[in-house]
Design a protein around this ligand. Structure first.
Ligand SMILES: [Zn+2]
Length: 206
């Protein structure tokens, strides 16, 4: 686990605090790195819990959806919608996921169609889901591509990069040199875009 370490002479024991999503550890000068690491390891469950609390989205947070920012408001009517620069959500996982999926699909379907036309690709069916560790997947034998609904929170150029990544798998199944060469002819700054967005944290709306 990553943390920021402050060694202090006036400190009697190791202390961990989680401040705005950052783990800060203070320790006396005499304590070794190994002992501090072990201590942090022991407290991992507590730290994760604190980090989770921190990432849960709150009233008035700014939420980015398909490249636009919205002010978040939780409401007590059973609906989710956008009006002007505001995002209104009823705090229910099923409803919020349905809202995100509908809106991600509306945009990505069109964008996907645009690239398919440019690249002369036909008859690919799309699916959408919430995935923990992938932005998309491609099954060329079934002419099927899946996209992660959470793409809705990412910059539009990143969404393009993922669409093109999955389309490139129709020609090269693995992540070979040929695969990246093709991808980079379609999107020369592909690697920079992916790198820039690698550590972006997704909002936790439910
Ligand atoms: Zn891939």
């Amino acid at each position: 686990m990553e943390y920021i370490l402050h060694k202090k002479s006036n400190c009697k024991r190791i202390k961990i605090r989680v401040i705005e999503g950052v783990v800060c550890v203070s320790a006396p000068f005499t304590v070794s790195k190994k002992i501090i690491d072990d201590f942090v390891q022991e407290q991992e469950a507590w730290i994760k819990n604190q980090l989770d609390k921190n990432t849960q989205s709150k009233e008035n947070d700014l939420i980015c959806l398909l490249g636009n920012e919205y002010r978040l408001h939780y409401i007590n009517q059973k609906m989710c919608y956008v009006a002007g620069n505001a995002l209104y959500l009823y705090p229910d996982k099923t409803l919020i996921q349905k809202f995100l999926k509908q809106n991600a699909k509306k945009y990505i379907d069109l964008r996907f169609e645009f690239f398919c036309e440019q690249l002369n690709i036909h008859n690919i069916s799309l699916q959408y889901g919430f995935y923990k560790s992938k932005w998309g997947s491609c099954t060329p034998s079934k002419h099927k591509i899946c996209f992660n609904v959470n793409l809705i929170f990412m910059p539009l150029e990143f969404v393009d990069a993922i669409i093109l990544h999955e389309l490139a798998h129709l020609f090269h199944f693995n992540h070979s040199k040929d695969f990246y060469n093709l991808l980079c002819t379609w999107m020369p700054n592909y690697k920079e875009i992916v790198k820039e967005n690698k550590k972006k944290q997704l909002p936790k709306l439910y």
